[in-house]
Design a protein around this ligand. Structure first.
Ligand SMILES: Cc1ncc(COP(=O)(O)O)c(C=O)c1O
Length: 485
């Protein structure tokens, strides 16, 4: 059954729609339509719900019915509303939209939109030759059924070798190939967490990790990271593990998404010790481990300090190579890998052989590809930081020593309002609250530096313009005192 939102409910969600940033010059109907689109983009108004009848909404908003009619017409024209005479109007998104990894809606056809919602690079030039070489290799696998729940041996060997080269001796039996890091996380949660189980996460953290945890009905507690300095507060982090004894803790120690922090070696060691003492298993997301910038040395992998199979590391190809490859992995003890593989057959059986072969070819050229990525990312980061210092000097940034994101401290709790206003000028943002649990983090904004420098500079220019508009529309309007006579 289709759910319906009543006029008063939508009016409540719309809030101060007529005073939204950048709206002063637009007519009321356009402002109303833009506000509804904003609610859809933020996921606050679900897709497929029936909007109130025009008269009902007009009454709730105390505006004319003609304004609502015009707003609905515009929403239909932009593809955000479908109507059937006599039956009503439903929320939708234009046909070419998809859900981005941030949960924001990304139009595929809007070439002018600068998408800063997604923190991932486009594919390296080596991808097509790697895909061709993989196709040449494929006949070696065609004689079998093609199901390899832990992954093809060549890729498991390559991944194990990379861990060993990082100073963490690893055998292929300790590796399970997955369809991306997100898949790896989901599988580990399936195995290690029962509904209601406690999980400690950093705040802010990667939003899709929160989504995976919610899907498994985790009871989430957070450790707040500082935007600047070391990020983690060792005493607080270890103290909360000791006190709450969560079943799991999920951490991103290398160039944390979104803050870019790098966890120091001694905290890694103490974290593993505290987790073991508390009976907590650690899920260590190493998505960005290949992307130190400026020659930053990496501390030992967290699992180096593990003596009791407490640490499960996950990682993948998406950040250093390409997200579209959908190749990730788990590093755990060999028995844990077997249990994960058994759990996996109930989900997707195995990852595609061809894609795994492409990954093998890319990893074989890994050092060269990754070196180029680091140079590219450092240049883009510097261009973004310079543009912000120039155009938005009140925003504070700690320049990260790796990864792909800046965690920007804004000059007020404006992140969501800014994201809505930015959308209107063709910049898609992932506002701070996306990275937390409870609608906080409004003073923060994640800005990835994965797009070309020219796009980043252009985006900052557009953001500076709407930031100025936010002030103008946000300032209280002083009226002439009314005379009482
Ligand atoms: C910390 C973190 N983990 C996991 C993922 C998902 O990676 P994948 O594309 O390999 O599933 C991302 C992607 O942004 C990420 O930032």
């Amino acid at each position: 059954m289709t759910s319906q939102v009543r006029g008063v409910q939508l009016a409540r969600l719309l809030g101060q729609w007529h005073a939204l940033p950048g709206r002063r010059r637009s007519p009321d109907y356009a402002a109303l339509a833009a506000a509804v689109r904003g609610l859809l983009a933020d996921g606050r108004l679900p897709l497929g719900v029936r909007l109130p009848a025009e008269r009902d909404l007009a009454e709730a908003l105390r505006i004319s019915r003609t304004t609502v009619t015009a707003a609905y017409r515009e929403l239909r024209e932009t593809g955000h509303l479908a109507s059937r005479r006599g039956a009503g109007s439903w929320t939708m998104l234009p046909g070419t939209h998809r859900v981005a990894s941030t949960g924001l809606w990304t139009p595929l056809d809007d070439r002018d939109m600068i998408d800063l919602g997604v923190a991932a690079l486009s594919a390296p030039a080596q991808l097509v030759p790697a895909a061709r070489a993989a196709a040449e290799d494929l006949p070696r696998y065609l004689g079998g059924a093609g199901y390899h729940p832990t992954g093809i041996i060549e890729l498991r060997e390559a991944v194990a070798r990379a861990y060993t080269e990082r100073g963490l001796p690893t055998s292929p039996e300790q590796i399970m190939v997955t369809s991306g890091t997100q898949h790896a996380l989901d599988l580990v949660l399936r195995l290690a967490l029962s509904p209601g189980g406690g999980v400690l996460v950093e705040s802010p953290t990667y939003p899709n990790a929160l989504a995976a945890l919610s899907a498994r009905r985790a009871r989430i507690t957070t450790h707040g990271l500082a935007a600047d300095g070391d990020g983690w507060d060792a005493d607080l982090l270890l103290g909360s593990i000791r006190q709450t004894r969560p079943k799991l803790a999920y951490v991103i120690p290398e160039f944390h998404n979104p803050t870019g922090h790098l966890m120091a070696a001694d905290l890694r060691e103490r974290l593993v010790g505290a987790a073991h003492a508390a009976g907590t298993d650690l899920i260590v997301d190493e998505s960005f481990v290949d992307l130190p910038l400026d020659g930053t040395p990496l501390p030992p992998p967290v699992a180096t300090f593990d003596r009791h199979s407490r640490v499960i590391s996950i990682g993948g190809m998406s950040k250093p190579y390409w997200g579209g490859l959908r190749i990730g992995w788990v590093r755990a003890s060999a028995p844990q890998v077997q249990r994960l593989a058994a759990a996996r057959v109930g989900v997707d059986m195995a990852s595609p052989v061809l894609d795994q072969l492409v990954a093998v070819h890319l990893l074989a050229q890994g050092p060269g590809i990754v070196a180029d990525r680091r140079i590219q990312l450092a240049a883009q980061r510097d261009a973004l930081v310079a543009a912000m210092a120039d155009r938005l000097p009140d925003w504070r940034v700690t320049v990260p020593r790796g990864g792909v994101t800046l965690w920007v401290e804004l000059d007020g709790p404006i992140s969501s309002a800014l994201a809505r206003a930015a959308e209107e000028v063709g910049v898609r943002l992932a506002p701070g609250p996306r990275f937390g649990l409870d609608g906080t983090l409004e003073r923060f904004l994640r800005l990835p530096f994965t797009l070309p420098a020219a796009d980043l500079v252009e985006a900052v220019g557009r953001l500076a313009a709407v930031r100025y508009d936010l002030d103008r529309t946000g300032r209280p309007q002083w009226r002439e005192p009314s005379v009482i006579a």
